[in-house]
Design a protein around this ligand. Structure first.
Ligand code: HEC
Length: 285
């Protein structure tokens, strides 16, 4: 009875040895080895929040590189050279870097002058009291079951969406997982501009008039807060309110009496996962 477990373990070890001998013989893409060594502990592990191989494949290679270079995978990417990050991103997505066609769907002509007047849902709570209530929805409850899709807008290279859209001045302002913020035409669904942040933008956007111009205010997951000119889509300012490592902004900044209040969080759970998970796994290898 006491010998049985020992034999079972020996048998399992033999099977593992055979498997690894086979793996060494099979020709393998060097990037598959990098993925196995540097990423698989989380990305091939459904117990973590890390996107699966299928989800990574749906991303654009440029997005994967920016995640590893300056995004939320910066820590994991720091073990790789820029050339290695590029090769790994191309391997994971099956696409060449920089080969993507410019995004279709840009609005044509000149937009009407922007105004904050009219029906709006501006920012996370829609008003400073955070009512989250639309006073002028433009439709009645009885019409809800007759709604039809008018347009749909896809975020290139992104696989999930987080940011709550802000609707104001006949525009939709929305951030995305691919690190872009779009100013869409609410009626047509085309985009007037496409702003590139340093990481994914999960916050709602607050649109306000400050001085002579209208600006869009939001934060990204590398801890930057932005003010972007609504007329041009160009940066007015970009700041890092807190320089702690792994700082993130996922809550929407709120504007009140000329001050922007920016909620900060620290997202070092992927570093924590590394500490928790590599230790027990050593025993398996
Ligand atoms: C210690 C665990 C861990 C390791 C190792 C790891 N990742 Fe991740 N990765 C995560 C988690 C967790 C997320 C999801 C984070 C989130 O959305 O908050 C993630 C997200 C990502 C994303 C999406 C980024 C985004 O902004 O949505 C990419 C791309 C990625 N990882 C690539 C990689 C690559 C390539 C490697 C190997 C070089 C790697 N990761 C190694 C845990 C890990």
């Amino acid at each position: 009875m006491t010998r049985l477990p020992v034999l079972a373990v020996a048998g399992a070890m033999l099977a593992l040895w055979n498997l690894s001998a086979w793996a060494q013989d099979a020709p393998q893409d060097p990037q598959a080895v990098v993925f196995q060594q540097q990423c698989a502990v989380c990305h091939d592990n459904p117990a973590t929040r890390a996107p699966s191989r299928t989800a990574l494949k749906a991303m654009s290679p440029d997005f994967v590189v920016s995640a590893l270079t300056d995004g939320i995978m910066k820590l994991q990417g720091s073990a790789l050279s820029p050339a290695q990050r590029a090769s790994l991103a191309e391997f994971l997505t099956g696409q060449k870097l920089g080969a993507q066609a410019p995004m279709a769907g840009r609005c044509q002509g000149t937009p009407k002058p922007f105004s904050l007047d009219g029906p709006a849902y501006n920012g996370w709570g829609a008003n400073p009291e955070n009512w989250r209530y639309q006073r002028e929805p433009g439709i009645a409850a009885a019409q809800l079951d007759r709604l039809e899709v008018k347009w749909a807008f896809g975020f290139p290279g992104a696989v999930v969406t987080f940011g709550q859209p802000t609707i104001v001045g006949r525009r939709v302002f929305v951030g995305s997982q691919n690190g872009h913020v779009y100013s869409l035409d609410a009626a047509a669904g085309c985009y007037w501009w496409d702003f590139t942040a340093s990481a994914d933008v999960r916050t709602a956007v607050t649109v306000a008039r400050i001085g002579a111009r209208h600006v869009a205010l939001f934060g990204d997951r590398r801890g930057h807060a932005y003010s972007v000119d609504v007329a041009t889509g160009k940066t007015v300012w970009k700041v890092t309110p807190d320089d702690a490592p792994s700082v993130q902004i996922t809550g929407a900044p709120a504007l009140f009496e000329g001050r922007l209040y920016v909620p900060i969080s620290v997202g070092d759970d992927s570093a924590a996962v590394e500490k928790r998970e590599t230790t027990p796994l050593k025993g398996v290898y």
